[in-house]
Structures are given as structure tokens and as C-alpha cells.
Design a protein around this ligand. Structure first.
Ligand code: ZN
Ligand code: ZN
Length: 425
């Protein structure tokens, strides 16, 4: 799943979808399904400047739902780029720690969190990878107080998306903004299930299907999953007492939320020491303004021993050097190749979408809720069960219509889980 980030937003004027009612429906789903916002609750929202119409629609929905205060932090990608062009070299080890501390304080005092995604996937392509790596690292470190509360579901939170011109240009290259932006909106609205008559009911049905799938996997209690496909033969050992999750989550404050809109995945936590074999990514990974393509990685005893990429290799190398846990897995997720997002045939260059079109793994931090009783567990207990710890959590896609997945039981027996990218049963 995707945690999102405090990002900087794109440049230029705002572009709502042609149908203003659709924007209202997306806002409604964000507040009612995504957040489950409680009357009297505060909301802290982050949004790119280009998402202003959606941010305002969400603000309206939130107040109608009884929000006590909505605070939105708007971000600007042009300003982020100006830093890379003009700031002194020593600036790239700095991050706005005070901002993330403030967000953490808000979450601790009961505020919900909403992030609107819409970043330019290749904003920083062409910038010095050393500076990009240092800036990412400084932000990751400063973000820890907020990230821990988000990853641990201390409060209810969600991420939704807005079509921005820079993002639309990446998804529909060569098309003018006037064509690309509405097309991206259409894809976002469809994937977010707000193109239906009753989106809230549709989400209840979808959550029920995901829950049924997690129940099957939780009953099977596999010791490992084995992925096989072109360039891939990877065995992902699962954490002891692992639990599969998908769809709605009950946060620590008792509120049921859907953290990612859209979502098509069921996921759990690998065992940090029990991953072996090799794997090739099946889609490019857009990470903090850099597109990393054709990742090939070898694991031994849970740790990446070799990593290459056709593009963005230097940024990938620096990501892997973030900390000890950055070379180990914190998530494994299954998504059928026929998922609606995959069927759209689009490459979104946005993890929130691309991870929901494909089975995937994530480098870095594990979700404590993915082991039984994990939400209240301290760090040594989580590590004991095999949960990985890291400053990063980066999903990348390893599934396709050519990938088979087997479940390996504790006695070594094997059974089909997915065939040609689809559920085997
Ligand atoms: Zn995921
Ligand atoms: Zn993830």
C-alpha cells in the first residue's frame, strides 16, 4: 500500500474535471469512505496547488460531515525545482522537521490525515542524483514522527488523487493538456469507483470482496510465496503470525478508513530474513520525481545483494543505502492482472495507481498491523516476528499476466495462488 508523502505540487492553473458533480462525488468518497471522518474531528490535508478545486470540494464535504477544523498545506513543485537550481549545496541535508512534528502533534491530538496525490513523476529527472538522494533522505528522517503514526494507523487517513497537467503529460505523452488532463481525470474517477450511481455502496461491496480474499489467505497460513515469471524466481518468506489485509482498516481511534483510494491489493508483511532469489520489475517506478525503470534485484537471506536498473539506477542505489532495512522487504501484495486499473492499460507513474494494477513488493518499513496483535506491539517484538524497520517504504511492481504465484506451506508443500496473473481459485 501507499503511505504518500508531503510532496511539492505541480505548476500552473487548476484543472477540475469537466463534470463538477464528479469532483463532488470524489470528495464525498474521500471524506466518507476514505476517512470515515467523525463529527468534531479535525482534518489535516496536503495538496498540490493544481488540486485546489478538489481540496476545496473535500473541505466542503468535511465541514458538512461535522469537521471542526480543516487545515490544508498546499505545495508547489516549481518551488521545489527552484531549490535544486539555486540553493547552496549544504541545503540538501535539510528538511522541514518542524512541519512534520506539527503534523504528528495534530494526529496525536486526534486529527485525521488526507493527502491529495498528483505529482509530476519526473520533476527531478536531470537534477543531480546526489542532491536528490540527500534531500529524500533528509525528508525521510524528518518525516519519521508523522510516518510512524500514519503507518501504525494511530488515526484515520486516506490518499486520493487529482489530475494535474504535469502528471497528465506523463501518462498521455504528446497530447495537449486540454486532452490529457480530462483523460487522466476520467481514469482517476473510474479507478476510484466514483463513476457509478452509488459510489459509497460500491465501496462497501468492493471492501467485502477484498476482505473475503484476505480471509482465504489468512486461513491458508502459507510460510512463503514463490513468484515465477520472466526474469523472476523469488521466494518471499512471510512473517510469523502474519496477517493479510485489504480494503478498509480500523484505525487505532476506532474509525474505519480506506487508506488508499483506489485500492485493489491484499497485502501482508514478509519475514525480513527470509527472502531469496531474483526479481525483475514489471512497471517503471516513479519515486520522488525520478522514474526508475527495469529494476533487477537479487536477494539472499532477506537482503538485496545486487541491484541494477536501466534508468534511475543512481537514485535506486542511494535509496538502498538509506539504512539497513532499505535493502529488505516490508510488504508483499497480490493484485490480479485483470484489476480495473490494469485493464485501463495505462501506466500512471504513480504508485497509488500502478501498485493497484500489479502484484508488488515494498522495500523498507513493514506495517505492524500485518502481524497478529501488531498494532500495539513494541519494536523488538515486531522485529522478532520478522517485521522489517526502515525510514523508507517503496512499493514496486513485480506482477503481470506472465507471473505465477505459489503458496508454500510450512511443511514445504506448494499450491497455486495465482496463474498467469489471476487468482487460481
Ligand atoms: Zn501495496
Ligand atoms: Zn506499500
Amino acid at each position: 500500500m501507499s503511505i504518500g508523502d508531503v510532496t511539492s505540487g505541480p505548476i500552473g492553473a487548476s484543472h477540475p474535471p469537466a463534470d463538477a458533480a464528479a469532483l463532488g462525488r470524489l470528495a464525498d468518497v474521500a471524506v466518507r469512505v476514505g476517512l470515515g471522518l467523525r463529527p468534531g474531528q479535525e482534518l489535516v490535508m496536503t495538496a498540490p496547488l493544481d488540486a485546489l478545486p478538489l481540496a476545496r470540494a473535500i473541505t466542503e464535504c468535511a465541514y458538512r460531515a461535522g469537521a471542526s477544523l480543516v487545515t490544508t498545506l498546499y505545495t508547489d513543485e516549481l518551488a521545489a525545482l527552484l531549490r535544486f537550481t539555486h540553493a547552496p549545496d549544504e541545503a540538501f541535508d535539510r528538511a522541514a522537521g518542524w512541519l512534520y512534528d506539527g503534523m504528528a502533534a495534530a494526529f496525536r491530538s486526534g486529527a485525521a490525515r488526507l493527502a491529495i496525490a498528483g505529482d509530476d513523476p519526473s520533476l527531478l529527472t536531470g537534477q543531480d542524483p546526489g542532491k536528490v538522494g540527500r534531500a529524500n533522505r533528509a525528508r525521510s528522517e524528518a518525516y519519521v514522527p508523522a510516518l510512524e503514526l500514519i503507518a501504525g494507523f494511530a488515526t484515520n487517513w486516506t490518499i486520493v488523487s487529482a489530475a494535474t497537467p504535469a502528471w497528465a503529460r506523463a501518462v498521455f505523452p504528446g497530447e495537449p493538456d486540454s486532452a490529457a488532463v480530462p483523460k487522466l481525470w476520467e481514469a482517476i474517477l473510474a479507478a476510484s469507483r466514483v463513476d457509478r450511481d452509488d459510489p459509497v455502496a460500491e465501496w462497501a461491496r468492493h471492501n467485502g470482496e477484498l476482505r473475503a480474499r484476505t480471509e482465504i489467505l489468512n486461513t491458508r497460513r502459507f510460510a512463503a510465496l514463490r513468484f515465477r515469471g520472466p526474469g523472476t524466481d523469488l521466494t518471499v518468506g512471510l512473517a510469523d503470525d502474519h496477517e493479510w489485509h485489504g480494503g478498509a482498516t480500523t484505525a487505532g481511534n476506532g474509525i474505519v478508513c480506506n487508506a488508499n483510494i483506489p485500492t485493489e491489493e491484499v497485502f501482508t508483511t514478509p519475514h525480513r530474513l527470509r527472502v531469496s532469489g531474483h526479481v525483475t520489475s514489471t512497471k517503471p517506478l516513479a519515486y520522488q520525481g525520478t522514474v526508475i525503470e527495469e529494476i533487477r534485484v537479487t536477494f539472499a537471506a532477506g537482503r538485496i545483494t545486487e541491484a541494477t536498473a536501466r534508468a534511475g539506477a543512481e537514485v535506486l542505489r542511494r535509496v538502498l543505502d538509506t539504512d539497513e532495512g532499505a535493502r529488505r522487504l516490508g510488504e508483499v501484495a497480490l493484485v490480479p492482472h485483470s484489476s480495473p486499473i490494469s485493464r485501463s492499460g495505462l501506466l500512471f507513474y504513480n504508485t497509488l495507481f500502478d501498485e493497484n494494477a500489479s502484484s508488488h513488493i515494498a522495500l523498507g518499513q513493514a506495517y505492524s498491523k500485518c502481524v497478529r496483535g501488531g498494532l500495539g506491539m513494541d519494536e523488538p517484538a515486531l522485529v522478532e516476528r520478522g517485521c522489517n524497520r526502515s525510514l523508507i517504504h517503496i512499493d514496486w511492481m513485480i506482477g503481470s499476466g506472465a507471473v505465477d504465484v505459489d503458496g508454500i506451506s510450512p511443511d514445504g508443500g506448494s499450491e497455486p495462488v495465482m496463474r498467469d496473473g489471476e487468482w487460481a481459485r
